[in-house]
Design a protein around this ligand. Structure first.
Ligand code: PLP
Length: 368
C-alpha cells in the first residue's frame, strides 16, 4: 500500500460504523439544513474550545468572511496578517473591500512576528488576523497587547490549530473572534467543506449567526445583508462522531511528531519545526526545511513517499495581490522559508512501519 500524505481512508475504516449510522440518521429524517446535529455540534464545540458561542458554517473561508462582515471591516480599512498562510486568510480581507497588510514571520515557528506589527499600524488599521500556522498558536499575548493599545480587533485564524493549547487556553478562544476549518485535510475534518466561528460576545454572536444565514433574524425577516454560509447537517453529524476520537488522535499525532524529531534531529541539513514551551501543536503539518528541496522531493517521490509544500508562494507574490505593490525585501524570513519548507506525511493513522520508511528515506538521502 502506498503511503498516504494524510490517511483519511484508514480513519474512515476505523470509525465507519458510527459515522455511517450518524449520516443515515440525518438522511432518514431529512433534516438536511440546520438539523439537530448542527446545534448539538455547536454546543459540543463551545465546551471543547471554552467559548460562549459557536456558529458553524460552510467553510473556514466563509467563517473568516462572515467574521469580517460582522466586525464591519470595510473599504478603506487595513487588516494586518501573515503572508505565510493559505490564500483564504488574506482573500477575505480583500473580499470585504479592505486592504491586507503583510508582516513577516518568525524564523522558528513560522507564525507572524509580533515584534514587526507595530511598524505596520496606521490610522486605517482595524484588525490583525494572526494565523496559527501548522497547528501552533501564534504569539497571542503579545499581539493582543499591541491590538489593545491601538484599539484594533484580533481575529484568530485557527483553521489549522483546532485543539491546540496556548498558555492553558484552547486555540479558537483567543482574540475577539476566532475561525476554524473542517476541510477534510485539517486536523479535524468533515466529509466536505465546513467551518466554525467562536466568540464570547453575545451581540456579535447574534450578528454572526444572522450573517451566516442571509442576515435572517426570523424566517423571511432580514436585518442585514448576509450569505448562505450554513453547515450541512450531514457534516455536523460526521464531526460529532469524529470529535469523540479527536483527543486520542491528537495524542497519536504528537507521538508521531516526537518520533520524527528524535530520528531526524542529528541530520544537519534538516531543520525541524519548533514548538514553544508554553503551547502545543496539533501538527496540521509536520514541515521541515531542507537546503535542496526540489531534489529532496524527487528522491522521496522515487521511494513512494508523498510530500507537500505549504506554501510555495508568499501571498504578496500572488498575482491576485500584485495591486498591493509589496516590497519583497520586507519579508526576508518568508522569502527564505517558502523556498525550503516541505511537509512530511502526518496523520493519526500513519503506521509505525510507514514512518520508519519515511525516516529511513530521509536519513539515506542525507547519508546519515
Ligand atoms: C484551510 C485554511 C483556511 C480556509 O479554510 P477552508 O475550510 O478551506 O475554506 C483558512 N486559513 C487557513 C490558515 C487555512 O489553513
Amino acid at each position: 500500500m502506498a503511503i498516504a500524505f494524510i490517511d483519511l481512508k484508514s480513519q474512515y475504516r476505523q470509525y465507519k460504523k458510527e459515522i455511517d449510522e450518524a449520516i443515515a440518521h440525518v438522511i432518514d429524517n431529512t433534516s438536511f439544513i440546520l438539523g439537530k446535529e448542527v446545534s448539538d455540534l455547536e454546543q459540543t464545540l463551545s465546551r471543547y474550545v471554552g467559548v460562549q458561542h459557536t456558529i458553524s458554517c460552510s467553510s473556514g473561508t466563509d467563517a473568516l468572511f462572515i467574521a469580517l462582515m460582522a466586525l464591519q471591516i470595510k473599504p478603506g480599512d487595513e487588516v494586518i496578517t501573515t503572508p505565510f498562510t493559505f490564500f483564504a486568510t488574506a482573500e477575505v480581507i480583500a473580499l470585504v473591500g479592505a486592504t491586507p497588510v503583510f508582516v513577516d514571520i518568525r524564523p522558528d515557528t513560522y507564525n507572524i512576528d509580533s515584534s514587526r506589527i507595530a511598524k505596520k499600524i496606521t490610522k486605517r488599521t482595524k484588525a490583525i488576523i494572526p494565523v496559527d500556522i501548522f497547528g501552533q498558536v501564534a504569539d497571542f499575548d503579545e499581539i493582543i497587547a499591541i491590538a489593545n493599545s491601538n484599539s484594533i480587533l484580533v481575529i484568530e485564524d485557527a483553521a489549522q490549530s483546532f485543539g491546540a493549547i496556548y498558555r492553558g487556553q484552547k486555540a479558537g478562544s483567543l482574540g475577539t473572534i476566532a475561525c476554524t476549518s473542517f476541510f477534510p485535510a485539517k486536523p479535524l475534518g468533515c466529509f466536505g467543506d465546513g467551518g466554525a466561528v467562536f466568540l464570547n460576545n453575545d451581540e456579535l454572536a447574534s450578528r454572526v449567526r444572522a450573517i451566516m444565514n442571509h442576515g435572517q433574524t426570523k424566517r423571511y425577516v432580514h436585518s442585514q445583508i448576509g450569505v448562505n454560509g450554513r453547515l450541512d447537517t450531514i457534516q455536523a453529524a460526521v464531526l460529532l462522531s469524529k470529535l469523540n476520537h479527536y483527543d486520542k488522535e491528537l495524542i497519536e499525532r504528537t507521538r508521531i511528531a516526537k518520533r520524527y524529531r528524535e530520528e531526524l534531529r542529528d541530520i544537519k541539513e534538516v531543520i525541524l519545526p519548533v514548538v514553544l514551551d508554553d503551547r502545543t501543536s496539533v501538527y496540521a503539518q509536520f514541515s521541515i526545511q531542507v537546503p535542496d528541496r526540489a531534489e529532496f522531493i524527487a528522491y522521496m517521490q522515487g521511494k513512494g513517499i508523498p510530500t507537500a509544500i505549504h506554501y510555495p508562494i508568499p501571498l504578496y507574490r500572488q498575482e491576485a495581490f500584485s495591486y498591493l505593490n509589496c516590497n519583497t525585501e520586507d519579508f526576508p524570513v518568508t522569502e527564505h522559508v517558502c523556498k525550503h519548507i516541505v511537509s512530511l506525511p502526518m496523520s493519526a493513522f500513519l503506521t509505525e512501519e510507514d514512518q520508519t520508511k519515511i525516516i529511513d528515506a530521509i536519513r539515506n538521502y542525507y547519508g546519515a
